[in-house]
Write a protein that binds this ligand. Structure first.
Ligand code: ZN
Ligand code: ZN
Length: 370
């Protein structure tokens, strides 16, 4: 199946939902959703999906790109503003009852659009339609995620090998890793790289700063690459020389918790069950209070997408979902450990997509090579 056949099939799934909801069109404004449904990767463009027609509303800067990437979608090059052009299409295309994505339309834009429509026209908030489709990846998407993972993994090994030494700041190490991912073929980073040395790692989302790595430090990296639009997300903790004993103690607990959660991943399993698999272990070891975030999340065109693994997460896993498993323990004044891998839900269980080893020492890392 070609890429355009895939996007056409996704649009047909949206049209089926439109029918059930008795709507005539869906106005897609979230860039990742526009890309997912049309193939168009540019910015500042909206997509109108209706029965029998789909229109990409863009401007002259993107005309050539849109024709190439989304040849089977009508193009509307706007001359007025986005809102005026869209309102015009809705009114004259008899699409007066349209759904819109409230999570990606400002209150101001909504009011302006509403103003330009007729009184009898309706704009109905429909949240999560496209995200629900996106949660289950097709083979091409899984391949893109694998490519982005290989870049992130090789780059991290290179950074640990070449740059991780006493006296380097977190900022330097994060920058080194980001530049290495670029050099190795990433379109960009999936998110701002986290690098936290020593006690700083007790902040789960520490911002890399001027703190220097010192002998006896464990350093936490949370990073990801983006390639062909698809993200990856990994976390490792590595000792500068040898792992401090208090970190080594929690490292083992986190590693077992992660193993349990990964083992729980299979189609039909409740998302809350995956969280419980990790959380119950950490709690039993006396660190329940020190694990203050969810066990993982879906990854794809966005770094955080459906599903999510929290104690109260609704829903069940389905084959084709790509998720992270990332329990952690954070001790203020001491440091923190989080271990994050990416897992594909398969028909009969799961496949761990990431391949980085999890031994906490650098010696073992060197042996793994690049
Ligand atoms: Zn992460
Ligand atoms: Zn994550």
């Amino acid at each position: 199946m070609t890429h355009n056949e895939r996007t056409a099939r996704r649009r047909r799934a949206i049209v089926r939902r439109l029918r059930r909801a008795k709507l005539e069109a869906l106005l897609v404004t979230k860039p990742e959703n526009v890309r997912y449904l049309s193939g168009f990767t540019g910015e500042d463009s909206w997509l109108l999906v209706a029965r029998g027609r789909s229109v990409l509303i863009t401007d002259g800067r993107f005309a050539e790109q849109a024709e190439r990437e989304a040849p089977d979608v009508e193009l509307k090059l706007r001359e007025d503003g986005m809102v005026a052009t869209t309102a015009d299409l809705l009114r004259h295309g008899d699409l007066g009852r349209a759904g819109f994505e409230p999570g990606s339309m400002s209150v101001l834009t909504h009011a302006a659009l509403r103003e330009k429509l007729r009184r009898r026209d309706r704009l109905e908030a429909v949240e999560g339609w496209v995200e629900k489709l996106r949660a289950v990846k097709d083979a091409g998407e899984v391949e893109a995620i694998r490519r982005s993972l290989r870049i992130a993994e090789r780059s991290w090994r290179e950074t640990v090998r070449e740059a991780l030494e006493a006296g380097r700041t977190e900022r330097f190490l994060a920058g080194h890793l980001e530049w290495t991912m670029r050099r190795r073929g990433a379109d960009g980073t999936a998110f701002d790289t986290i690098c936290a040395a020593g006690a700083h790692a007790s902040l789960p989302h520490a911002r890399p700063g001027g703190r220097k790595a010192r002998p006896g430090d464990a350093v936490l990296f949370d990073w990801g690459a983006r390639r062909d639009g698809y993200n990856c997300d990994l976390t490792r903790v590595v000792a500068l020389d040898r792992m401090p004993p208090e970190i080594r103690a929690i490292y083992g607990v986190v590693l077992s918790a992660q193993r349990r959660a990964i083992d729980a991943v299979a189609p039909g399993v409740r998302c809350s069950e995956v969280d419980r698999a990790a959380r119950s272990w950490i709690t039993a070891k006396g660190y329940g209070e020190a694990f203050g975030h969810g066990t993982g999340h879906g990854v794809g065109l966005e770094i955080h997408e459906a599903p999510s693994f929290k104690a109260r997460s609704a829903g069940r896993l389905r084959a084709g979902m790509v998720v992270t498993i990332e329990p952690g323990i954070y001790l203020p004044g001491v440091g923190g450990v989080r271990i994050e891998d990416m897992v594909l839900v398969t028909k009969d269980g799961h496949e761990v997509l990431s391949r980085l080893g999890k031994s906490p020492g650098r010696v073992e890392l060197r042996r793994e090579g690049s």
